[in-house]
Design a protein around this ligand. Sequence first.
Ligand SMILES: Nc1ncnc2c1ncn2[C@@H]1O[C@H](COP(=O)(O)OP(=O)(O)OP(=O)(O)O)[C@@H](O)[C@H]1O
Ligand SMILES: Cc1ncsc1CCO
Ligand SMILES: [Mg+2]
Length: 276
Amino acid sequence: MATDTPTKASVTPALCGDLLERMRHASPLVQCITNYVAMNYAANVMLAAGASPAMVHAPEEAGEFARLASAVTINIGTLSSPWLDGMRNAARTANNIGRPWVLDPVAHFATAFRRQAVEELVALRPAVIRGNASEIMALAGTVSSGRGVDAGDSVEQAEASALALSRRAQCVVAVTGAVDFVTDGQQSVRISGGSPLMPHVTAMGCALTCLVGAFAAMAPQDPFLASVTALACFSAAGTQAAQESSGPGSFAWRFIDALAALDTHHLQTQARIVAA
Ligand SMILES: Nc1ncnc2c1ncn2[C@@H]1O[C@H](COP(=O)(O)OP(=O)(O)OP(=O)(O)O)[C@@H](O)[C@H]1O
Ligand SMILES: Cc1ncsc1CCO
Ligand SMILES: [Mg+2]
């Protein structure tokens, strides 16, 4: 299908391929504060892609560790007070020393604790917010149908919210689902591919957030390119893995193999990135 279709946006599959190559070569250290569910899968996804993940979240060390990392990712999936302290410390350090950090506002609309935590974290200036459609709609103040960690809305329904959130929070917003949407408030793209099996494997979105961090580490001045590249890698690996999978179990491990085997040329010729 449409391969290297020129986009009005500044991102092309060729640029994504170059960034993948550079990321693999540098293998950036990324501090991933993610949830108990995602930790193992996300670390394996990062290693398969070529990054170096470290799941470091304790409040006593999260801020100190952020100094060592080239990017930080923060996911509130299994939030608790001490974890929130660690998140604050890491986000503050990242800001102070100019490291990009990525926010995944898992089910932030569900409880007052989560809502307040995410409000505070958004104020700490993430470079990218990555979430599913319901999470992004709710964060923009739109009525949404999310239930727990799963989306109840389509990405299409969330696009206007993503744009509004991007302008308000002054960051890139990446909404994922059947066709992903990424915007920095000025330029937007849609990325298609992947597989309907993906929402049936827990923590794929959380792992993707970590991968956005890996690319942001390599392109701190261009979080839009970093986000699109991570999403394009997931789409390409997801399409590939689904061809041989008999269900979500085999898909989960085949996806890791497909990500490790994803070559730059394949990404450059097969990525389906279209200006929105
Ligand atoms: N129906 C679908 N078809 C193709 N790809 C999909 C589909 N749904 C989700 N994806 C892909 O799955 C990945 C994870 O996105 P998703 O929106 O499911 O995250 P999430 O809801 O935050 O997941 P989790 O909270 O379980 O980590 C993305 O790469 C996205 O493009
Ligand atoms: C299932 C689940 N519960 C809290 S976080 C998480 C991983 C998917 O977001
Ligand atoms: Mg999620």
